[in-house]
Design a protein around this ligand. Structure first.
Ligand code: MOS
Length: 695
């Protein structure tokens, strides 16, 4: 037998890469279905209202239009936890852009035309859609996403801060950010003898299956959701969304399979976004920069239908040592769509505030910003009061400084001139939880010497399928071309969504266990000869992960950026970004690097470009396409590098894997903003940093 060809730790191209670039990979609305009809969503053009009347006569007169669904005639849904999924049930509008009707037609064109002809009369009410520090609706949520305490207190912040030699008190503001995956939210739904089959663009088809079963009052076995290929999500497909629900309702109503894809413009609202956030950070330190007191107060927004509480200040609970600490979260309930997950919800915007404040503290103390972070390192999580399974923040900082060439940096701002450009460098620290959720998996040996490994994991473009194949191949100890991986189907063994950077750790553990158990059974009972009927092993790791040692599990990182700012126009160009990360064992260096530089670029995008601009008169975003909402691409950074330090961590989980899908964006925006300060001497506490603000 030849050696395994896909060992863990070796760079591997994506298994489905060829299918994707040749257009044969099937996405949610590319499955061929007989008798297919099309849906088109109609959105409210007022922010808060009662719907008085839906006039569908003109739409129904349009050739090809089969139905107009609204609160008046749509199939009834059973209550579920997320109220925003109770679509077309009540004559209420909670935000501008809410889907209030769905036109179903024989062709996409007829559905779109019909949607333009639907007339809705509203009884409007005054709305409130702008987040402020003193919004009258501000309240303290019971917990923050996904399950963290809202506020935490260690020591006595006020006393510690009062007594500190150096005090910093600053407020940082970030706007709404829209996830903008390449593939919009899209679903194809069909009812087959009472069973519901949905092809959905989702980060987790098991959750979508369970939610649809709840809404339509079906057993879980009566619903199947697939998500074989998904064109990105960045969190916006991490929870069940409107498209599978609407497509299933419409399919039931017209008794035909229904395909529904949102347009790019329709993604700005109904599918979630990163909330605008106001963050006040107070740091108290001695003259040497040793932190005595840290306070991080975050205010974000939620909707009037479903609560989403961003865990903005949670990273401040564990990144640096300090005897006195307070973190709080408050929410305003506005007449806006419900915010949701967007790549590193919490840690990403939280790190912009904390890591900007740390840079300001370094300046105030006259200390190098890397040295400041090293002085405040800790080997125990300050709030969980547990040792870290591994904590290599300092190793990342030192390795990054060496690679980037930080040593001879002159901290003086606004003194480096190259022609018409002012040049500066900045850095930031990063951390992200390294969770390992339990999962189930199944491995099957066939008599022909091939293996089938199945798990309802999702590959949203990250390379998850390939990583699991590497793990399975190594565990089975056979050549990679004999191993097939099945994912993206709720009929497969249950697994947690592709979210929270948990996939590679949690799914791999289940896959590894199933494959090793299968291999052992083959060797012990069948002398490695597969029985004629094949052999299947199913495993679940829920008990195993629940029994893992009590330690604090986190990945760490360090970001470095070099920018130049045009002295006349204020244009900011990013010449270089460099990140070093400590993320345990890296399964596939090729796709890991892609995830890290993708996250770093998304942080650059946040620092300089992305901004949901809300028109308060209408309560809606003005920029709602990729021409007016600018998302950075690889061309926006001239040189980008991602590295990782060797980290063997057998306490984080038995495979030593920490997820790395999100840590790349954590701290990245702060590194860019800190570099802009170093270049210009202008401190930006409100993102994005745009040229008009630099002049
Ligand atoms: Mo990610 S924002 O946890 O899907």
């Amino acid at each position: 037998m030849s050696a395994p060809t896909a060992a863990v730790g070796r760079g591997q191209p994506r298994l489905e890469g060829r299918q994707k670039v040749t257009g044969t990979a099937r996405y949610a609305v590319e499955h061929p279905v007989d008798g297919l009809v099309y849906g088109w969503a109609v959105q409210a053009d007022v922010a808060k209202a009662r719907i008085v009347r839906v006039d569908d006569a003109a739409a129904l007169a349009e050739p090809g239009v089969l139905a107009v669904l609204s609160y008046a005639n749509a199939p009834r849904l059973a209550p579920v936890e997320s109220e925003e999924l109770l679509l077309l049930q009540r004559p209420r509008v909670h935000y501008r852009g809410e889907i209030v009707a769905l036109v179903v037609a024989e062709t996409l064109e007829a559905a779109r035309e019909g949607a333009l002809l639907v007339r809705i009369d509203y009884d409007t009410e005054p709305h409130s859609s702008v987040l402020t520090e003193r919004h009258p609706s501000l309240y303290k949520p019971d917990k923050v996403n996904p399950n963290f305490p809202t506020d935490t207190f260690v020591g006595d912040f006020d006393a510690g801060y009062e007594a500190a030699e150096v005090r910093l008190d600053q407020t940082y503001r970030t706007p709404a950010y829209h996830n903008n995956p390449m593939e919009p939210h899209a679903s194809t739904a069909q009812w087959q003898q009472g069973r519901l089959l949905v092809h959905d663009s989702s980060q987790g088809s098991t959750d979508v299956r369970d939610t649809l079963a709840g809404l339509f009052e079906l057993s879980a076995g009566s619903v199947r959701v697939t998500a074989e290929h998904v064109g990105g999500g960045f969190g916006s497909k991490g929870t069940p969304r409107c498209t599978p629900v609407l497509a299933a309702m419409a399919a039931r109503h017209v008794d035909r399979p229904v395909r529904l894809a949102l347009t790019r413009q329709q993604l700005f609202g109904p599918i979630g976004y990163r909330t605008p956030i106001i963050q006040r950070v107070r740091l108290g330190a001695d003259a040497d920069g040793r932190l005595a007191a840290i306070c991080h107060d975050a205010i974000s927004q939620s909707s009037t239908t479903t609560e989403f509480a961003e865990q903005t200040a949670v990273l401040t609970r564990g990144l640096y040592a300090a005897p006195h600490r307070r973190t709080t979260h408050r929410l305003a309930r506005l007449d806006v769509p419900t915010p949701s997950w967007m790549r590193a919800p919490g840690e990403c915007p939280g790190s912009f505030a904390l890591e900007s404040a740390m840079d300001e503290l370094a300046v105030a103390c006259g200390i190098d910003p890397i040295e400041l972070r090293i002085r405040n390192d800790t080997d125990r999580h300050p709030e969980e009061d547990l040792p870290f399974s591994s904590r290599n923040l300092v190793a990342c900082l030192r390795d990054g400084a060496r690679r980037f060439g930080w040593a001879d940096r002159d901290p003086t701002p606004a003194v480096r001139r190259q022609g018409r450009w002012l040049v500066g460098t900045g850095m930031a620290g990063a951390t992200y939880p390294a969770r390992t959720p339990g999962a189930s998996a199944r491995a099957r040996a066939h008599p022909d010497g091939t293996y089938q490994v199945d798990i309802d994991a999702t590959d949203i473009g990250t390379g998850a399928r390939t990583a699991l194949w590497q793990v399975a191949t190594e565990a089975l100890g056979v050549p990679g071309d004999r191993v097939r991986i099945g994912i993206g189907d709720s009929d497969l063994p249950r697994a947690y969504v592709a979210g929270g950077s948990t996939g590679t750790a949690g799914w791999s553990l289940a896959v590894d266990k199933a494959c090793r158990s299968l291999r052992r059974q083959l060797q012990e009972q069948y002398a490695a000869a597969v029985p004629a009927e094949g052999l299947t092993v199913s495993t679940d790791t829920a008990a195993e992960v629940a029994a893992l040692t009590q330690v604090a599990r986190y990945a760490f990182g360090a970001h470095f950026a070099q920018v130049r700012v045009d002295v006349d126009s204020g244009e900011v160009r990013v010449g270089r970004m460099l990140g070093v990360f400590a993320t345990g064992r890296v399964v596939n260096p090729s796709t890991a690097r892609s995830q890290l530089i993708g996250g770093m670029t998304m942080g650059l995008s946040m620092a300089l470009h992305e901004e949901g601009l809300l028109d308060h008169r209408f309560g809606d975003w003005v920029n709602r396409d990729l021409a007016t909402y600018h998302v950075s691409a690889c061309a926006d950074v001239e040189r980008i590098e991602a590295y990782w330090v060797a980290e063997e961590d057998d306490r984080v989980n038995p495979l030593g894997i920490k997820g790395l899908g999100e840590i790349g964006i954590v701290g990245s925006a702060a590194a860019v903003a800190n570099a802009v300060y170093h270049a210009t001497g202008v401190r930006f506490r409100t993102l994005p940093i745009q040229l008009d603000k630099l002049l």
